[in-house]
Design a binder for this molecule. Sequence first.
Ligand code: WT7
Length: 701
Amino acid sequence: MSDSQSAAKSAETSEAQIASHWKEEGYYRPPVTFIAQANLADPEIDDRFAEANFPRCFEEYAELLSWYERWHTVLDTSDPPFWKWFVGGKLNASYNCVDRHLAKYKNKAAIIFVPEPEDEEPVAMTYQELYARVNEFAALLRDFAGLKAGDRVTIHMPMVAELPITMLACARLGVIHSVVFGGFSGEACGLRAADSGSRVLIYMDGYHRSGKLIDHKASAEIAVDVAEKEGQKIDKVLVWKRYPEKYTSATPMKEGRDFFVDEVLEKYRRARVAPVPMDAEAPLFLMYTSGTTGKPKGCQHRTGGYLAYAAATSKFIQDIHPEDVYWCMADIGWITGHSYIVYGPLAVAATAVIYEGTPTFPDAGRPWRIAERLDVNIFHTSPTAIRMLRKAGADEPAKYRYRFKHMTTVGEPIEPEVWKWYYEVVGKGQAVIVDTWWQTETGGFLCSTKPALDPMKPGSAGPGMPGIYPVILDEKGEVMSAGTGKAGNMCIRNPWPGIMQTIWGDRDRFTRQYYAKYCKDKSSKRWQDWPYFAGDGAVHAADGYFRILGRVDDVINVAGHRLGTKELESACLTVPEVAEAAVVPVADDVKGRVPEIYVSLKPGYAPTKEITDSIVGTIELMIGKIARPRKVHIVPDMPKTRSGKIMRRVLAAISNTLDTGDISTLANPDVVEQIRQAVQGKEKVATKEGPEDLKLFGKEE
Ligand code: WT7
């Protein structure tokens, strides 16, 4: 970038530090009944985790785990920004989540699986049973699939108890798992399998979702082909059966490649596999997420730091005690499920509920019936699910006799109105709420109120967590102090144990994406010189609470899940008629944001419904239904800068009926009005009021 360009850019983005017209909400205090039993009720935690005690303070987290060997160095900063935690320590994640609980809790439920069909009863699995199954499956992975520490395995499974069993069996051997969200397409799975270099895929034949039995194994066929096209041969596909007595998929099992897990397991009944002591820094898993460039990135998480962070935040922020019944209604295929269904809760001997299906199936009372039946007392979900349940059944919770002591919202900003419904109606005014802000990259929560200690403020995530020092920086890297009401870039000044190690196979991209923006001295070995750039816009209130606005990069947060605009655009460009594509976020009542697509066609093609359908179909095929656009607009031309860049910001403004701002410098300003009329009709009047993240979108271009 030339100097004049970068000057223009910072001039433009400083405009983006728009004043926020947010009304400050009042505080809600945690109920005394909650405080009386909380794991974290000692206000001295703030002193213990103050900067003067960093990084030593995090030893307290690591000490929640069982180690074969203790670390000699808490934090090694010799290779910034590739921080190393608890160096020299050895542990095993499967041992920490299973074996060590047997002495006290072997007869207690570890996992309660709730099938979607309501006529199938919930199934509880004790820690002892989990132990037996993890061992048997680990034996199969080692002796039948030939897997060993450091190998990668791709797991594409729905929400069933066999998924954590599979993950923990991998962890027992030091095999690095990469779980792909069950709702993603076979294509998406194949690309991730290839990127991670997996030669084994693990599947389930089918599962229930919204009243249908989905043929999931069908996607394995596509995944294998796609991986092979990318140069990664898959030699085994291990297939769990949803029902032991029948195979529910219509796709044939391929001789010599596909194996039913239950049949192969016969050989490994009663097997015991000693957990492999792993270095604290050995990778535990990969979790792919969308970034600003086309290809999803494999966030690589370490064993020791990650597990310590997930366990401690489960204990102190989720307030999980072994006697609680904890239900995180997220999918294990996302980071939320990894940290707060599997690793964190099981590390602290929780009873974790796993629900197979959709929250609103068969009706919006379903989650509350499950909560009543299992006597769930900790409930964790996303704003999208809360909005959906409120819309479909605002009065349903009152009909059921459950009592939550604690509830979590995570994944997107929550509107104060929705928060209040969650508090009053779902929580019946008796539960504490934590709004936890974090990311796939961060392993665990970064901002949240401490449930027994800090008051709640609807719509605000809260202050930095113990040992996390957040800061809002402007485009030049200057600190934007609390209480100004201006939006800036959310950053964390320090490393923490849960931060990812790197992007799998791409160290440069890791540094570029998260640290290049604000590191002033790349040769520095001091962590103080390497603030972590989260990619979110945020406002820092005078009381120290952070309100997260949403993404400032080319990422769209749909229902709490990240989609890269470039990923969607590349999918559109595979449709033969499409010349150019641009994806923008549009505000949606339930999902927060949904993608809308603009395309222009190659010369000689006229817009048709077939082209639109084929674009939607291609996106579903290449990414999955979650990425389904709300609308596809075929436009005569894209609004462009003189240097030919598509102005997504202008398109986003049109889709959201916001003011398009100054367009006089575009190469083709006339097309903007044409597009506006085609999308909005003649009469619509744009407004300046709207969600701030939508006004920030595309400003970086
Ligand atoms: C993005 C990360 C964190 C696990 C689930 C999503 C948004 C996350 C909050 C929150 C407002 C939030 C951010 C973040 N986000 N939590 N409490 N309030 N926004 O993980 O897919 O990596 O997405 O989700 O924009 O960057 P992810």
